[in-house]
Design a protein around this ligand. Structure first.
Ligand code: 5IU
Length: 273
């Protein structure tokens, strides 16, 4: 059982984005990230405004927003300051170093300017980290590697996951953790998670309380299964929080509170188990 508290782990990280996330989690007593995958800027902002008090992080896919304008990220940043949450653009970079550096810094979205954390597939090898780091490190940004996916039949297994952990170990100033389904410290190590002395942030999608899947390959586990059973740090919840009617903001806020409570209760159970 991984028993280190979020607060005690701040000192294990030099990366400002990792430290900020752990500080917010402790301050707000929340390990909930809400993933806001909607296509209209108005819905996007309304959902964030509703869930803001309950989350440590908002996860975005800005490229699905049809009426995206640069001003949207300024508003997002203002909400991040108002409600005290980190921003994580779930971009899943996966190209050669030079290209991902351009995609991260430039184009329509200029992700490095506003997203505290982003992520990358390890498939290109260490150069994907080198490319992103050349842009993000100086801005105090952090990277998560996709070590495992939540979908049925995902290819992110075995030596692929092990190599992702090796890539992270070689870049601890910038790679702060993983998108994964379990703790990663003991992967490729001879010790258990608790004794390796390493500290990776484990952010985990595929979390839901009411359904087990979405008919499109997604697989859900409960906050307790993820946080207590698998030792993960942040639960990422999308449709389980915002449902299908985005105008029901009171209901969305209620769901966010429900997942915040479940996630935190599970964390306290892990600490004291
Ligand atoms: N996401 C996953 N599984 C993964 C990875 C990312 O679900 O393995 I990597 C993303 C996709 C979506 C969010 O943006 O997390 C989950 O949304 P729902 O809770 O609505 O399924």
């Amino acid at each position: 059982m991984y028993k280190h508290s979020y607060a005690s782990r701040i000192q294990n990280h030099t990366n400002p984005a990792a430290r900020l996330l752990l500080e917010i989690m402790e301050r707000k007593q929340s390990n909930l990230a809400v993933s806001v995958d909607v296509t209209k800027a108005q819905d996007f902002l309304a959902i964030i405004d509703a869930v803001g008090p309950y989350v440590c992080m908002i996860k975005t896919h800005v490229d699905v927003i049809e009426d995206f304008e640069p001003s949207l990220v300024r508003t997002l940043q203002a909400l991040s300051a108002k409600y005290d949450f980190c921003i994580f653009e779930d971009r899943k970079f996966a190209d050669i170093g030079n290209t991902v550096a351009l995609q991260y810094a430039s184009g329509v979205y200029k992700i490095a300017e506003w997203s505290h954390l982003t992520n990358a597939h390890p498939v290109p090898g260490p150069s994907v980290v080198t490319g992103l780091k050349s842009v993000g490190l100086q801005r105090g940004r952090g990277l998560l590697l996709l070590a495992e996916m939540s979908t049925a039949g995902a290819l992110t297994t075995g030596s692929y996951t092990e190599d992702a952990v090796k890539m992270a170990r070689a870049n601890r100033d910038f790679v702060v953790g993983f998108i994964a389904q379990r703790r990663m410290e003991s992967v490729g190590a001879s010790k258990t998670d608790d004794t390796t002395g390493e500290d990776f942030l484990i952010l985990t999608p595929g979390v839901g309380l009411d359904v087990k899947g979405d008919g499109m390959g997604q697989q859900y586990r409960t906050p307790r299964e993820v946080v207590v059973g698998a030792g993960c740090d942040v639960i990422i919840v999308g449709r389980g929080v915002y449902g299908t009617d985005y105008s029901l903001t009171a209901k969305i806020a209620g769901q966010a509170k429900r997942y915040q409570d479940e996630g935190w209760k599970a964390y306290l159970e892990r600490l004291t188990a």
